[in-house]
Design a protein around this ligand. Structure first.
Ligand code: PLP
Length: 459
């Protein structure tokens, strides 16, 4: 790391942070005796903290975001040029990068045609919920206003998106929540709820049971993560998605896929849903769209969904009246265009598939060596290892022991993640989502650190 500021000035930064910054998802009592982690530089897969310690970042910025890695000068350059030419105008007008990125994005999403811009995953999902509600009011006789979501999935931090939190700890103490959001069971076969052969089909049938209980004419949409992220890295079992689609068609229910983590490229295809042959009506995305170089999220729809909002031009209330001030920032689509070019030109989708296989292979070997590893799951560079105190009973390993494994990896210079403040009693899955540029050496360095940490903490 270059010396960017003097040690004294760096201490002043740490002191200012401790005194004034309120960090997300953080209990601050610990900073009365210790320092917060302050990250000051990044290059490729690596980051450096304020003390100069180097880490391999196995979680792409902590929350599966920096897909093309740190220090991309070409993204910085296009954003700078764009900001100087035209930084902002409200989204009722178009922009050059906004139009170009929408066209490019849609070219990777057969069946989808429209892109609505905003700035975070929560917002993108909330826009989708508003679309579903407005369609219900205007076109479905005031019916079909309920939105189903799945146990263990997460869709954001606003009150409405928390109303669709399948992760109880995320929502606790923030209620009451608005009506009309209904949970369906999760599909994690490792923690089976039905003792059947065709688990995917059975878990999807459980959605139909909820629809029939609620009344099909009241249900407008279902929102699902293609691969559940913070709820434990859950790849739906075989047969699941086919049945989900069948159910959606049967009851005229819009299928909203939340790609906030899987898009773009994380699983080895542009989108997670493309791994499973899903034909969605609405797709939302955020984190990997511009790899964290600018804030951007997108709510993407089919033309059929879009058409609902232009069907009655005589009614001044019939179009989508959502407002997103910063959806008009041009830095987002400018960065996103360059991010996509990098993924394409550097062959990062193929790399993700290859490195994902290596990572899953290494995790499988960790499972052979450490009996605390109860299950390993993943798709592409989006993987998890569930830790258990007892393989037979599947009793989850205590959260503080899982946290000790994460801390030991960090001490060795590798940042990994874990499910946290998510499912009560089940915050026991280690999470990995390295940048899509990872090399075989990076992957091995990550799992070697995990191997040492599991030996030190759990044996
Ligand atoms: C699947 C999923 N959807 C939505 C969100 C919310 O995104 P944001 O934090 O950008 O609002 C997240 C954030 O972690 C997520 O994992």
């Amino acid at each position: 790391m270059d010396q960017i500021i003097s040690p004294n000035d760096m201490q002043a930064v740490i002191d200012a942070d401790k005194a004034h910054v309120w960090h997300h998802l953080t209990q601050h009592k610990a900073f009365e005796t210790g320092d917060p982690r302050v990250i000051v530089e990044g290059k490729g897969m690596r980051v450096w903290d304020a003390r100069g310690k180097e880490y391999i970042d196995a979680v792409a910025g902590g929350v599966w975001t920096v897909n093309v890695g740190y220090g991309r000068a070409s993204i910085a350059d296009v954003v700078r040029d764009q900001l100087l030419r035209m930084n902002y105008f409200a989204g009722a007008a178009g922009s050059i990068p906004g139009a170009k990125f929408a066209e490019r994005l849609i070219s990777k999403m057969p069946g989808m045609t429209r892109v609505y811009y905003s700035n975070s995953g929560s917002e993108a999902n909330e826009k989708a919920y508003k679309m579903v509600r407005q369609i219900a009011h205007k076109h479905k006789g005031g019916k079909k206003w309920k939105i189903l979501y799945r146990e263990r999935d997460y869709h954001g931090t606003t009150i409405a998106t928390l109303a669709t939190s399948g992760q109880a700890e995320r929502a606790m103490q923030y209620g009451p929540f608005p009506d009309g959001f209904v949970m369906v069971p999760h599909c994690l076969e490792y923690r089976k709820q039905w003792d059947v052969e065709e688990y995917g089909q059975r878990a999807a049938d459980a959605i139909e049971e909820v629809i029939l209980r609620e009344g099909p004419d009241t249900v407008g949409a279902i929102v699902l993560e293609p691969v559940t992220a913070g709820g434990g890295v859950i790849v739906p079992p075989k047969g699941y998605w086919e049945r989900v689609q069948e159910i959606c068609r049967k009851y005229d229910i819009l299928l909203h896929i939340d790609e906030v983590v899987c898009g773009l490229g994380r699983t080895g295809t542009w989108f997670g849903y493309q791994q499973f042959g899903i034909k969605p009506d609405i797709v939302t995305m955020a984190k990997g769209v511009a790899s964290g170089y600018a804030a951007i999220s997108c709510t993407v729809t089919t033309e059929a969904v879009f058409d609902y909002f232009k069907a009655d031009a005589a009614d001044p209330m019939s179009y989508f009246r959502d407002i997103s001030t910063f959806g008009g920032c041009t830095s987002g689509p400018a960065a996103a265009l360059e991010n996509m070019r990098i993924i394409e030109d550097e062959g990062l989708l193929d790399n993700t598939t290859r490195m994902g296989e290596r990572l899953m292979g290494n995790l499988g070997r960790l499972m052979e060596r450490h009996k605390v590893v109860g299950d390993v799951r993943g798709k592409g560079l989006f993987c998890g290892a569930e830790l258990v105190a007892d393989r037979k009973t599947k009793e989850p390993l205590a959260e503080k022991t899982v946290a000790a494994v994460v801390a030991e990896c960090a001490a060795q210079g590798v940042i990994i993640g874990m499910t946290n403040r998510s499912i009560p009693g089940l915050n026991n899955t280690l999470c990995l989502s390295p940048a899509l540029i990872a090399t075989p050496d990076d992957i091995d360095a990550i799992t070697n650190a995990m191997d040492k940490a599991l030996t030190k903490v759990c044996s």
